[in-house]
Write a protein of this length. Structure first.
Length: 201
């Protein structure tokens, strides 16, 4: 299928999916669309050598148009996938998602590629489906998230600014504990770049 032939805006995510399959190297398998947020599309692909493609990776790409004043304001200030990549490239923490690769898609901009947190769901999904966390589950999740925030603020001088249930990934470990990771740093900002009157969230 000719990517250029897909001109209808509703086909943008398919254009991007096809572009990813063309631009990613031979270590990647077929690309599938997963979901979309206010400003980005998320795809998934398996990575590996030859036929042994077992490592699952998430691929995030900006939408060409975003709706809603808050999303438009953030993107207009440069808080997009390229910004997310620049922040994540200097991050190494067990409770923050890991950037493992990038890809330039020309007219569709840059794609950030993160190691998938296997079998994880967002905290938002978990609470919506199963109700509130127990005390021990709450401790498991937010001990990790607070450690991630402490690392960002104290060691990297960065405020996440969008730490909400939809941006917290959670999974059960072999020991039946909950493990959490903070994701989506597209709106993160360095302390020195923020005006003093703006309070971080």
């Amino acid at each position: 299928m000719n990517v250029a032939a897909l001109t209808n805006p509703i086909d943008e995510k398919e254009q991007i999916r096809l572009s990813l399959e063309q631009e990613l190297d031979q270590h990647y398998g077929p690309v599938e669309f997963v979901c979309e947020g206010g400003t980005r599309y998320i795809f998934r692909s398996k990575w590996g050598v030859g036929e042994n493609k077992t490592q699952s990776r998430f691929i995030k790409v900006d939408k060409s148009e975003v709706s809603g004043p808050r999303s438009q304001r953030h993107v207009g200030r440069g808080y997009d996938t390229s910004h997310d990549m620049s922040i994540l490239s200097d991050i190494d923490h067990p409770n923050i998602v890991q950037l493992v690769d990038t890809c330039n898609l020309n007219k569709h901009g840059n794609a950030s590629i993160e190691l998938e947190f296997q079998d994880a769901k967002t905290l938002d999904e978990i609470v919506s489906r199963s109700g509130a966390l127990s005390v021990s589950e709450f401790e498991d999740v937010f001990t990790g998230i607070l450690e991630a925030e402490r690392y960002l603020v104290n060691e990297k001088g960065i405020y996440h600014r969008d730490a909400k249930p939809a941006n917290i990934l959670v999974r059960k470990t072999a020991s039946n504990k909950l493990q959490a990771k903070l994701t989506d740093l597209a709106n993160a900002a360095k302390k020195e770049d923020l005006e003093k009157k703006v309070l971080p969230t």
